[in-house]
Ligand binder design. Structure first.
Ligand code: CDP
Length: 224
């Protein structure tokens, strides 16, 4: 079995930064599963008159994205900086609450975990349900969290660095609403897998989180 590290957690908890750095440090491939949901949300927002909470519209977004995936256009679609906007995050969490959308995106994630590509020794995936649904047998599962206040602060800085004019209050409210939706939904709600290691990053910087996770990875995969 491939060495798989599943990383889940709420918005702006630091899981994306950790997942990317962990993958690099270990020579594993990395998949940001949230980008798939954001890309579906983006396709829905692009199509005039469509609603991310409407199942038919959300599925049409999946079809539009599927047509791009698998080639260079797909790589560009998932790397589109517009996906990082709060508007896309909000649309992502709306389409992500629809079971048929989740079903449509499941195989892509599982295929990636099973076949991360030539030269990679394993795979790191981050999202909301990687440890619970996508890769329930992953040997290492991390649940990365932090206080709402700290997460809002981090997301505000991330958005400001990109030149977006946002207030902390507005970011905090958006995040609170999105977390509540992600946790309350019937389809793959956000929660830590029973065997996940919980890391609260409120008081840790990115290097400390990486060091902590690397220690767990060494134990899980018997790395030296
Ligand atoms: O970067 P951030 O943590 O704010 O969000 P993201 O990981 O890009 O995910 C955006 C949205 O996609 C989340 O709010 C979830 O609703 C949804 N998502 C999901 O349902 N399942 C995943 N595996 C990943 C993301």
């Amino acid at each position: 079995m491939t060495n798989i590290i599943a990383i889940d957690g709420p918005a702006a908890s630091g899981k994306g930064t950790l997942a990317r750095r962990l993958a690099k440090a270990l020579g594993y491939a990395y998949m940001d599963t949230g980008a798939l949901y954001r890309a579906v949300g983006f396709e829905v927002l692009q199509a005039a008159g469509r609603d991310p909470e409407n199942e038919a519209d959300a599925l049409a977004g999946c079809v539009a994205l599927a047509a791009k995936l698998g080639g260079a256009i797909g790589t560009l679609a998932l790397a589109n900086p517009e996906l990082r906007s709060e508007e896309c995050g909000d649309a992502a969490s709306k389409v992500a609450a629809i079971q048929s959308v989740r079903d449509a995106l499941l195989d892509i994630q599982r295929d990636f975990a099973a076949n991360p590509g030539e030269g990679y020794k394993g795979a790191v995936l981050d999202g909301r349900d990687v440890g619970t649904i996508v890769c329930p047998n992953a040997p290492l599962k991390l649940y990365i969290t932090a206080s709402l206040e700290i997460r809002a602060e981090r997301r505000m800085k991330e958005l400001q660095l990109k030149g977006k004019l946002v207030t902390k209050g507005a970011v905090l409210e958006d995040m609170r609403a999105r977390d509540a939706r992600d946790k309350a939904r019937a389809a793959a709600p956000l929660r830590a897998a029973e065997d996940a290691i919980v890391i609260d990053t409120s008081e840790l910087n990115a290097d400390q989180v990486l060091e902590t996770a690397l220690e767990y990875a060494k134990k899980a995969f018997l790395l030296s």
